[in-house]
Design a protein around this ligand. Sequence first.
Ligand code: ZN
Ligand code: CU
Length: 484
Amino acid sequence: MSSCDTLIRNARVLDGSGSAAEVLDVAIRDGRICGIGTNLDGSADSVVDARGLSLAPGFIDVHTHDDVAVIRKPAMLPKLSQGVTTVIVGNCGISAAPVGLRGELPDPMNLLGDAGDFRFARFADYVAAVREARPAVNVAALVGHTALRNNHMDRLDRAATSVEIEAMRAQLREALDAGALGLSTGLAYGSANAATTEEVIALAEPLAAAGAVYTTHMRTETAAILDAMNEAFQIGRLNHVPVIISHLKCAGIDNWGRSGEVLRELDAARAMQQAGCDCYPYAAGSSTLDLGQVDERVKITITWSTPHPEIAGATIDEIAASWGVTQMEAARRLQPAGAIYHSISEDDMRRILQHSATMIGSDGLPCDPRPHPRLWGTFPRVLGRYVREEKLFTIQQAVQKMTGMPAQRFGLAGRGLIRAGYFADLVLFNPEKIIDTATYSNPERRAEGIRAVWVNGILSYTNEGATGERAGRYLPRGKTTWVQ
Ligand code: ZN
Ligand code: CU
């Protein structure tokens, strides 16, 4: 073999396909994997002795709200430090582009940034801004239904008219032409809940011809979850597009124990159409504070509050007691606010995480001053806690859920596998040591056990920290290949 930039020797290679590890050398040249084999010879500028360490494709965080963060905080340390080399933004119906704000930022678009951060009237403007910011990780983007609604509707508490749907559809088409991965919805939120199924079906029409996907934060994750799943599957079926259910969970105490039923529904759909989901490895969710989720039996921590910033970190229970009001009244006074809801059963979460159709997505909130620990901990937590300690599934299955499967489903060409010719997005980690350290009380802590992260062949992170290189790219939509 001729000379290369980096030669990683004797790594336990998990190639992202779900195959068991093999001890191999991997060579990198000009941003791509140029050789894989035993005892590769040839010279390299940098040789890494990876004996005892695992080498995987860089992790793909399929569910993020990093739309603005990749521009504002391009070092992307919460993700890079986990071995994540690609983030998919624009989930839950909210995206930074295309957006033309006329008034206030509607909930939950405020999770992404301030009104001033929404300055991309066309999707192509966002792509240009990402390229200019040169983030440390690759970025691929969905278009949010709520963002489109807000561009074209005077109020969001009603269904869109056919004229408005046509205007939204034209913007979606333009975004798809500029490389967007697909459409996301956040039908549970007040800003999209009044949208009818027909509105989404009509809007999603351009996805099929583009080979794009439909992802959804469903209309509900509580009592009527099966109906909400069927709504999502119907939208996909009628439009002939793959459906990805975002952060699949059985939310709310009255709903605990229903993961078996929910996964059977998913499997039934999968017998007829392309469908899958993502999941984060925690028994608590986080978003803006929603009065509909206030429940005296559930611990809810406030992470920020515009009228009461001093209160961040306290629970609604404590706040209500100190104010001498009901929890509901306290929640009302705190708005707008952010919250962590401890409203998921660990058993349900594990069952969903384990399912063969489940990808890993952090759903981390990068602007939150006291973020849910999933922002910094998701991927090492799956590999450390749920694979090594709890043996919920094998390490090769975990890596596939984080790499090969998402790259295929979202159409990220040349990513997600360790193959000659593929982009050299790689993470080297110690499988005996990898673990999350971020907690609810101390959420902004780097994981342990990550030894090196290459993004497009450039060493970007080591156990000593970020190298300062920012080699991420904007990734346009490729061809989705769906292996059920
Ligand atoms: Zn969501
Ligand atoms: Cu989300």
